[in-house]
Ligand binder design. Structure first.
Ligand SMILES: Cc1cc2nc3c(=O)[nH]c(=O)nc-3n(C[C@H](O)[C@H](O)[C@H](O)COP(=O)(O)OP(=O)(O)OC[C@H]3O[C@@H](n4cnc5c(N)ncnc54)[C@H](O)[C@@H]3O)c2cc1C
Ligand SMILES: *[C@@H]1O[C@H](CO)[C@@H](O)[C@H](O)[C@H]1NC(C)=O
Ligand SMILES: *[C@@H]1O[C@H](CO)[C@@H](O)[C@H](O)[C@H]1NC(C)=O
Ligand SMILES: *[C@@H]1O[C@H](CO)[C@@H](O)[C@H](O)[C@H]1NC(C)=O
Ligand SMILES: *[C@@H]1O[C@H](CO)[C@@H](O)[C@H](O)[C@H]1NC(C)=O
Ligand SMILES: *[C@@H]1O[C@H](CO)[C@@H](O)[C@H](O)[C@H]1NC(C)=O
Length: 536
């Protein structure tokens, strides 16, 4: 959730470019390639690629009889999206995910299962291409279709979303739902789609991979199944690491003898804690909440992001599915509320330039006074990391290995980019696959490099922008070789941008598009009239 955008790393070049005229403007404001590429997402390829695509990190529902919480589902969002799109390119897709009864790992539940998630519109745009019935299923499960407006307030000051750029003020929309419910909907969609005929789901863990004789590709994948037996999948077409934070691919490749550079993985620690407080709110109570009309149908009703010099605190009110509402609070210290009486005192101590909206505070107060005991989910966010696969020389990476989602890059979750970023990875993967010569019988030797390089160009700005922003917080521990001073200029530029966006619609519009990943970060360098954007 929160405030960052993906261009500040370009700040140092901004001044030069801002003055360099019309040609640059055109480049800056034309929609990025990946928006065009959305058109082929979900389009099956006539001639499928041979071999099996193995997606590592899928989903398994534990049998009802054996577990205390049969409704708890484990699932990689990246694995679900990637399995669906790979079924357009391969005849056989296998999804593997560890499951509850694996005694070695009794609790493989991902830690953000109950955490507040705001989903940016690019994720929804992509999901609609993959599953034409996405909206219908979302609504049937109690989810909300909402404007992709997080109602951002930076240090108390509103940064508006560009409703005026869209006919009828119809800002692109996205989903408003708890993450746990979103996962279920996505898995249901995957299994209902006609391509499910060619997707096999295996509860289990990927244990490793084996290299081909000349180390140019992966020949087989070893899976440990539920009952402890090991199964070897031969005839591998593609292996996709969707293991999230585990980033298991690095270990698989090293163990199989591929030589990876020492500095492959970079990481830093923003040191933040994240509390999600989930209330059950009856329609009657909801009608009494002082939420302004303009905020009701947006993805978040209120987001407050602290100026980084005060800390990395982000505070959110979000209406989710089935009469639930979440209040999210973050902090660099171990001081987050764990009970109802601690909530308002915490909120009253948040340091900011302009005060938090009084209706927000009042709403939280009414929820605290009138709802049954809410659930508290307090977690500490571990370090964030980037596995720089794109920097591995082409011949050193197996041609048929890629990573998608958090297995490749993790971003500080307060910026709410995880789902949209993995969709951007998926769009890129799909377009690289569609661009192959239809006559090829195996993936070309540079397939993996092509994918990672294209991805790096599209997502490194997210990594740079969020990391450098976080360095502004006294609690942040920078990446090796950097200090908290790194990125000072970028942070200065961020502040200028937020300040300009709070006063000028045009700037707010560009900022909103970049944050929703429907414009490239270069757009922030183009001083132009927002109405010349092509709406998507
Ligand atoms: C507190 C928090 C809040 C967040 N808020 C937002 C938000 O508001 N908006 C947003 O867009 N994003 C948010 N994110 C980020 C988002 O949750 C992630 O980007 C997203 O879950 C990444 O999906 P993934 O599929 O890559 O990984 P995950 O969802 O972590 O899934 C990884 C899967 O891999 C499986 N696995 C692990 N090892 C193996 C193995 N050896 N073999 C097979 N399977 C394996 C695991 O069981 C798991 O199911 C948040 C994250 C956190 C932590
Ligand atoms: C999520 O919440 C449910 C219900 O409150 C709980 O049973 C489960 O353990 C929680 N999961 C995680 C990962 O915290
Ligand atoms: C949410 O509501 C829908 C329909 O109203 C229902 O089908 C679904 O089971 C509910 N989900 C939860 C988690 O209560
Ligand atoms: C599934 O694979 C078979 C070949 O094994 C192919 O003929 C069929 O079109 C595929 N089905 C779908 C829905 O993609
Ligand atoms: C590796 O071997 C395969 C055949 O098994 C061959 O097609 C490929 O060109 C070889 N690659 C290199 C880099 O030698
Ligand atoms: C942008 O251009 C349109 C017409 O070209 C004009 O009506 C509008 O006022 C301009 N907006 C800004 C912010 O300059």
């Amino acid at each position: 959730m929160g405030s960052s955008h993906s261009s500040i790393y370009l700040a140092s070049t901004a001044c030069v470019l801002l003055s360099s005229g019309i040609v640059w403007q055109k480049v800056c404001i034309s929609p990025p390639e990946w928006i065009e590429e959305l058109n082929t997402l979900g389009r099956p390829k006539k001639q499928k690629l041979p071999g099996t695509a193995v997606v590592c990190g899928g989903r398994y529902v534990a049998p009802v009889v054996d577990v205390p919480h049969p409704s708890i589902h484990y699932q990689s969002i990246a694995g679900t999206v990637v399995s669906r799109l790979l079924a357009d390119h391969f005849d056989r897709v296998i999804l593997v995910d560890p499951e509850l009864l694996d005694l070695e790992k009794p609790k493989t539940r991902i830690m953000q299962y109950n955490a507040t998630h705001a989903v940016l519109s690019l994720f929804t745009d992509g999901a609609r291409r993959l599953w034409p019935n996405f909206d219908a299923e979302l609504r049937a499960a109690g989810g909300r279709s909402v404007y992709a407006d997080i109602q951002l307030h930076y240090s108390g000051i509103a940064v508006p979303a560009p409703y005026r750029d869209y006919p009828g003020a119809r800002l692109p929309d996205t989903l408003g739902m708890r993450r746990s419910e979103t996962q279920k909907v996505l898995y249901g969609l995957l299994m209902q789609h006609p391509t499910a005929a060619n997707i096999t789901v295996w509860p289990g863990t990927v244990r490793g991979v084996e290299a081909s004789d000349n180390q140019s590709s992966i020949r087989s994948v070893t899976v440990r199944k539920l009952d402890g037996t090991q199964v070897v999948v031969h005839d591998i077409g593609l292996v996709v690491d969707c293991t999230g934070r585990t980033q298991a691919g690095i270990k698989w490749l090293e163990t199989a003898g591929f030589s990876l550079p020492d500095n492959l993985r970079s990481s830093y620690n923003p040191n933040i804690r994240y509390a999600t407080i989930c209330f059950s709110v009856s329609p009657e109570l909801e009608s009494r909440l002082p939420i302004p009309e303009f905020a009701i149908n947006s993805v978040c009703q209120y987001v407050h992001t602290q100026h980084f010099t005060y800390g990395l605190s982000v505070n959110v009110l979000m209406k989710t599915d089935n009469n639930t509402m979440q209040v999210m609070l973050t902090s660099s210290e171990d001081n987050l509320p764990r009970s109802v009486p601690e909530i308002l005192p915490f909120i009253s101590k948040i340091r900011t330039h302009a005060p938090l909206a009084s209706w927000f505070v009042k709403t939280v107060e009414i929820l605290c006074e009138n709802c049954d005991e809410p659930s508290f989910d307090n977690i500490k966010i571990p370090e964030q990391s980037y596995v720089r696969y794109h920097s591995v020389p082409t011949g050193d990476l197996p041609s048929n290995f890629i990573a998608v989602g958090d297995a490749h890059i993790q971003l500080n979750p307060v910026h709410a980019q995880g789902f949209a970023k993995l969709m951007l990875n998926a769009i890129t993967l799909n377009s690289v696959l569609h661009s192959l010569d239809p006559r090829v019988s195996i993936l070309p030797g540079d397939f993996s490099s092509r994918y990672f390089k294209k991805n790096d160009a599209r997502t490194k700005g997210l990594w740079e922008a969020t990391r450098l922003h976080d360095y502004g917080s006294p609690a942040c521990e920078p990446m090796a070789g950097e200090t908290r001073d790194t990125g000072r200029l970028a942070r200065w530029f961020t502040l200028k941008l937020f300040s300009a966006a709070s006063q000028h619609e045009e700037v707010a519009s560009v900022l909103w598009r970049v944050r929703n990943m429907i414009a490239a970060d270069t757009a922030l360098l183009a001083p132009t009239n927002a109405s010349s954007f092509v709406p998507v």
